[in-house]
Write a protein that binds this ligand. Structure first.
Ligand code: CS2
Ligand code: MN
Length: 354
């Protein structure tokens, strides 16, 4: 197991790599390029510069989160072949610089959805929340609220230029139901997994957040059966999963511990996002501190499911709250993620020494 933290690069992250290096037990950072338009090939010189920075700080960069997928691939337009060829080339380039795992998602239109970007908890800490009533609004309003409350940071998967025309983007997905989206995912995987096998990279799909349909959009990474279908459609270890405990647990019908155990055993979890959420009522929730008693997940059972089934991939604490006066990119402050990381490492050590 290798413990990592996500880092958004020198321009987009106010946390220096030197600080991440000082978090006990963190060996690597999870990074990405943010100045290459979605769909274009990542150039080698930019990848080299990114990886070199991590190495100079004494950290690995073996996981990329994310190489995002162009909408035309998800929609299944003829132009997808050009974007898939670029993706294949990006995989080859990343492999040359020691990247082992590529995290991605297959959510139409936007990445994760939260309705409260600055939700204040009783102890004064600030977190993100999702409440159903928050999406009973127009699409434009919901998008505007997310973008306006990101504390001035760019959010991957929420490119303002792309979302400026959110209605047109939605219209392009007309006719793309779950089955069609699934076919398009299969088409993509059939094209990229052989390249991954050739160069020693593993793809790791992130679950939908939330793991059910919103705004009538199709969703194909919601639960155990979806993950099983994905693993089988291209039956290769290179076709794997980023198991995000928070996202999967947002649907109380999902048994997070069993899903973790099964897909770890099947050697398909290459990357784990470990965070806790507190379900408030029905499916409304907020992102709590990592500690079991603060949320709805039993983090000991989470780590145990990984440990007992032989997990040897990468882990990162996922979102953290803002504590101790810190402000920044929602979900990605230093302090609470560092606290969470060390809690997870403590659980892991206890599991090893049982
Ligand atoms: C991440 C996701 O910040 C987050 O919520 O877990 O945005 C994740 O990076 C993407 O969905 C993966 O492509
Ligand atoms: Mn996640």
């Amino acid at each position: 197991m290798q413990m990592t933290m996500r880092w958004f690069g020198p321009e987009q992250d106010k946390i220096p790599l030197e600080y991440i290096r000082q978090v006990p037990g963190v060996e690597g950072v999870v990074g990405a390029l943010y100045d290459v338009p979605v769909g274009e090939t990542w150039p080698k010189d930019k990848i080299r510069a990114l990886v070199d920075q991590a190495h100079q700080a004494g950290l690995t960069m073996e996981v990329i989160e994310s190489v995002n997928i162009h909408d035309d691939i998800k929609i299944g337009l003829p132009s997808r072949d050009r974007y898939i060829a670029n993706y294949q080339q990006t995989i080859r380039h990343l492999a040359e610089f020691g990247v082992k795992v590529i995290c991605y998602n297959f959510m139409p239109v936007f990445d994760w959805m939260k309705t409260e970007m600055n939700y204040v908890l009783p102890d004064g800490s600030v977190t993100m929340a999702f409440e159903k009533k928050g999406i009973d609004k127009s699409l434009e309003e919901v998008v505007k609220e997310v973008l306006d409350n990101a504390n001035g940071f760019a959010l991957p998967g929420w490119e303002p230029e792309r979302l400026a025309q959110v209605q047109q983007l939605f219209a392009k997905y007309d006719g793309v139901d779950d089955d069609r989206l699934r076919e398009n995912l299969a088409y993509f995987l059939q094209a990229v997994i052989p390249v991954c096998e050739e160069v020693g990279v593993k793809m790791a799909i992130h679950p939908d957040d939330p793991p059910y349909s919103i705004f009538g959009l199709p969703r194909v990474v919601k639960n155990r059966d979806d993950l099983d279908w994905i693993c089988q459609v291209v039956d290769s270890e290179a076709n794997g999963i980023t198991l995000c405990t928070g996202s999967i647990a947002e649907d109380p019908a999902n048994d997070v511990y069993q899903i973790l155990a099964e897909f770890t055993r099947r050697k398909r979890i290459h990357f784990a996002h470990v965070r806790n959420i507190k379900l408030i009522q029905d499916k409304d929730f907020y992102e709590s501190a990592h500690l079991s008693r603060c949320g709805s997940l039993d983090m000991y059972q989470v780590m145990k499911a990984l440990y007992d089934n032989g997990f040897d991939g990468y882990i990162r604490s996922d979102h953290g709250r803002f504590i101790w006066g810190e402000t920044g990119r929602p979900g990605y402050g230093l302090y609470d993620r560092a606290v969470g990381t060390n809690y997870l490492l403590g659980l892991w050590e206890a599991l090893q020494k049982r």
